[in-house]
Design a binder for this molecule. Structure first.
Ligand code: COA
Length: 243
């Protein structure tokens, strides 16, 4: 259904922008879409949409009637850039829609926060909660009752099984599997193709098959600190899913 009058700015003109732009156009929700980027010259086009200038233009675009913005900078190692740009656009007054590709399937009972992207053929099942600014990328599966934290990125083809908790700023790599009920601590990175069978502390990078208790589990950490393990033991849920 076309929603005339909704004008959208996409912030960041790279590869992730193309995925979001295609979904936004096909959703039929926006009457006009422009892009800001710090390195693509103004006047260029991406999939037929104009690059208006760089981020400095955001207040001007807002004044021109672009009330909606979406951060289309991707994230793998760090969400810092996405967060900084989000705060800048928020300060300028923009609202952040959720953009859901028409081919994605989201359960009626799922809660999907502002600024979330759900890509082609992704699935978000019953009673899942997707926090602000999270990315559920192409073909990813977020099963029933999962909690996905703010700014988390569930990459292409990854599967997050029922009731798993992915805290804020976590990156789950392509085709990784997080089994049911497992919690991934904030800021952690799960390598592509990994299989995660037990909780991962915060601020870790984990690859391979990660299962209970053995020496090999420690070897699978590319980086972790005893401090973060310690903090994890005393971790409190409050605040972990808020912006
Ligand atoms: C986990 C990851 C972030 C690590 O990157 P990195 O810190 O640059 O690590 P390196 O590439 O230097 O690899 C370090 C070691 O880990 C291994 N390794 C890296 N990623 C791995 C993975 N996903 N599974 C198993 N082993 C992996 C490397 O082979 C290397 O082993 P070696 O020391 O024996 O040579 C990265 O490899 C990864 O999986 N990124 C996700 C990509 C992705 O999903 N993209 C989708 C975007 S939508």
């Amino acid at each position: 259904m076309a929603m005339s009058g909704k004008k959208l700015v996409l912030i960041g003109g790279g590869g992730h922008c193309k995925s979001v732009l295609d979904a936004a156009v096909r959703s039929g929700c926006f009457s006009e879409i422009v892009i800001t980027d710090h390195s693509i010259p103004a006047g260029n086009t991406i999939l037929g949409c104009k690059v208006a200038g760089n981020d400095e233009l955001l207040p001007e675009l807002f004044a021109e009637g672009f009330k909606y913005a979406f951060v289309t900078i991707g994230s793998i190692r760090s969400t810092d850039k996405r967060r900084a740009v989000f705060l800048k656009a928020k300060k300028a007054g923009f609202l952040f829609p959720a953009i859901i590709d028409p081919s994605a399937a989201a359960a009626a009972s799922a809660l999907i926060a502002p600024g979330v992207f759900i890509g082609k053929n992704a699935v978000v099942n019953a009673d899942a909660v997707i926090g602000d600014m999270a990315i559920i990328n192409t073909g990813a599966i977020v099963e029933h009752d999962c909690r996905i934290g703010t700014f988390a990125h569930i990459s292409v083809g990854a599967a997050v099984c029922g009731g798993a908790e992915i805290e804020r700023d976590v990156f789950v790599g392509a085709n990784a599997t997080v089994i049911q009920g497992v919690r991934i601590g904030m800021n952690s990175i799960i390598g592509a193709g990994s299989i995660i069978c037990r909780d991962v502390p915060e601020n870790c990078t984990v690859t391979g098959v990660f299962h209970g208790g053995g020496v090999n589990d420690t070897l699978n950490y590319l980086s972790f600190s005893y401090e973060s393990i310690h903090a994890y033991r005393y971790f409190k849920l409050a605040g972990r899913y808020a912006v």
